[in-house]
Write a protein that binds this ligand. Structure first.
Ligand SMILES: Nc1ncnc2c1ncn2[C@@H]1O[C@H](COP(=O)(O)OP(=O)(O)OP(=O)(O)O)[C@@H](O)[C@H]1O
Length: 382
């Protein structure tokens, strides 16, 4: 039995033992745990001296990652000493085996993995109004934090403008195992979006309770594994989902995105002030679409300047705790291009002005020590 109490094949020869040991280094790309621990290795058989046949069971027949898993297994086994040839076969788990896997994964985690005592830093990204680049900033921060070696998850809860899948180039759908959802992993970020569950052409009228339920499912039914950071892309404004986030993710901190414009800053500050009622801390403010420097050195400030600092100062005053301006991301065609092509600017053009500014914000978020500093107690019991 594996650590999770699941199937481990019997081995008879030394080569079979070495191959099985090596398979412990192969992770399921979605669940992110060794295939040997997940009961996915059905058998390892030395069919002729130096020739091994490995049978891997996938969770579902239509597993989109069949080829990846087969390739990873073949690559891992290829240089096991004494192994001249490997044949990787795939099968599908029986419903009983699949259920046992889900039960084992569920038992290994609390119902709300981000509740009391969680070590995951949860950052809910808010903006006062739409179109300020909140989703672009969120997508870039997620991949920048993952590139720094952190385990990152991303929930796209922006019901009306879910754009995260496009910004990250996610084409895969989540794998559904009865009541458990395995999120697609793209650029090392586990991503789940409300858009992955909707018919693109059919508008949905979301009411508060539906939103709450959807977010609750993303928190509890999605298998996130151990995350260092969970980012939540909120819809613009101060609506129901911001309050649901505070309830379902009680340790979440707000990140407020604004443009430099005075009017936009006022609206953004209002969104941030919600933290006063929900007891959330504000991790900081990010100014986006800031002044851009043209090739001849002229500075073009389409949306003015200073809005980010204005929001940070105002929130600090209202909340009575320090609220840093984490960075100002300039208007930059490279950011727009990266978003359009699903190739975030922090990876596709890291030396561009926006790429550098966003990497700087990610660095500040990554190094900030965790703790209760700055977190306010809720005003009313939840
Ligand atoms: N710094 C920037 N420079 C250039 N273009 C940008 C910048 N930030 C965002 N954009 C572009 O602005 C548009 C809006 O961005 P985005 O969708 O991220 O905004 P949003 O605030 O998440 O909007 P909503 O909340 O309404 O969905 C996109 O086309 C994006 O590429």
């Amino acid at each position: 039995m594996s650590d999770l109490g699941l199937h481990v094949p019997e081995v008879r020869t030394d080569l079979e033992r070495r191959v099985l040991d090596r398979l412990a280094t192969v992770q399921d790309p979605e669940i992110r745990r060794p295939v040997t621990e997940l009961g996915m290795v059905e058998s390892v058989v030395e069919t002729a001296p130096g020739t091994v046949e490995v049978t891997v069971l996938l969770t579902i027949e239509a597993c989109p990652l069949r080829g990846t898993i087969q390739g990873d297994v073949a690559a891992a086994v290829a240089d096991v000493p004494g192994c001249d040839a490997v044949d990787v076969r795939t099968g599908v788990m029986s419903p009983e085996r699949r259920l046992a896997l889900q039960d084992a994964l569920r038992a290994a985690r609390p119902a709300n993995p981000f509740g009391e005592g969680s070590l995951t830093r949860v950052l809910a990204v808010a903006s006062g109004k739409g179109g300020v680049g909140k989703s672009s900033v969120t997508a870039n921060l997620a991949v920048a934090l993952a590139a720094r070696g952190l385990a990152v998850g991303l929930i796209d809860a922006d019901v009306h403008g879910y754009s995260i899948p496009g910004l990250l180039g996610v084409t895969a759908s989540p794998t559904k195992l009865d009541r458990m959802i395995l999120p697609p992993v793209v650029r090392d970020v586990k991503v789940i979006s409300i858009g992955m569950f909707l018919d693109e052409d059919r508008p949905v009228a979301w009411r508060g309770p539906m939103l709450h339920r959807a977010l609750e499912q993303f928190v509890t039914d999605v298998h996130w594994g151990d995350l260092d950071v969970l980012l939540v892309d909120l819809p613009p404004g101060t609506g129901d989902i911001a309050i649901s986030t505070a309830q379902l993710l009680p340790a979440s901190e707000l990140l407020v995105v604004t443009t430099p414009q005075h009017a936009a800053a006022q609206v953004a500050a209002r969104a941030g002030q919600l933290a006063e009622q929900t007891g959330q801390a504000v991790a900081g403010v990010i100014e986006n679409m800031g002044p851009m420097t043209l090739p001849d050195g002229t500075v073009l400030d389409v949306f003015g300047a200073g809005g980010g600092q204005e929001v940070a100062d105002r929130l600090a005053r209202v909340l009575g705790s320090a609220v840093p301006l984490l960075g100002s991301v300039p208007l930059d065609p490279a950011l727009r291009r990266g978003g359009d092509s699903g190739d975030p600017v922090v990876l596709s053009a890291p030396d561009s002005p926006a790429g550098r500014a966003l990497a700087g914000v990610a660095e500040r978020l990554a190094v900030r020590p965790r703790g209760l500093a700055g977190r306010r107690l809720p005003l009313s019991p939840r």
